[in-house]
Design a protein around this ligand. Structure first.
Ligand SMILES: [Zn+2]
Ligand SMILES: [Zn+2]
Length: 196
């Protein structure tokens, strides 16, 4: 594992700026890895899966530290709106969930009253605060199906309505038909004609 400073340099490069959320994300991931006794995340590419619960700054930093990526199926995004992440060693089935404490902002303010901006207070404090003041950590169990694991697709079918291919068991069975999620009623977009 690299140091906080090294990760901060890497994270601000890939995220475009440094911010309190990223410091939280970096430290959250470092704590998660430490809890699973993972010293070098690069050696765990095949067995580390991370669930992130928010699509904000912290998540980018979690990805930098763990090496887990959406495109490799090792990063799973769940839209819960929480600064939290769960780190799973799929080989041992050990997992730990780390969530940022609600009172961390208050503590940041108390720690650096000389800084006027909350953002500056948080940026400084989140680097200095002990893990226990920043996070709550709990061992958990995550049941991952074969269809969720990294590696080659486990299956691929064509939707009987639109014909588009669907990987890894994400199809739905509706009245005896195999449908993609869109055609099964979960479509998130509307088709528009060119002149609209
Ligand atoms: Zn940011
Ligand atoms: Zn379809």
């Amino acid at each position: 594992m690299k140091t906080l400073e090294e990760y901060m340099a890497l994270a601000s490069q890939s995220h475009g700026h440094m911010c309190p959320g990223q410091v939280l994300g970096i430290r959250m991931a470092m704590l998660g890895l430490k809890s699973l006794a993972i010293e070098d995340p690069a050696k765990y590419r095949k067995r580390l899966v991370t669930f992130v619960e928010i699509d904000r700054c912290a998540t980018d930093a979690v990805s930098v530290v763990t090496g887990c990526r959406l495109g490799k199926r090792s990063l799973k995004f769940l839209d819960f709106g929480k600064v939290a992440a769960t780190f799973v060693d799929v080989e041992t089935n050990r997992a730990v969930r780390v969530v940022a404490r609600e009172d961390a902002r208050e503590k940041a303010r108390a720690m650096f009253p000389e800084l006027s901006e909350p953002r500056q207070q948080q940026l400084a404090a989140y680097q200095a605060m002990p893990d226990a003041d920043l996070f709550i950590r709990e061992p958990v169990r995550v049941r991952l199906s074969a269809n969720d694991l990294p590696g080659r697709p486990r299956s691929r079918v064509a939707c009987e309505q639109c014909g588009e291919g669907v990987n890894d068991g994400r199809e739905r069975r509706v009245n005896g038909r195999v449908l993609c999620r869109s055609c099964a009623g979960e479509r998130y977009y509307e088709t528009v004609t060119n002149d609209e």
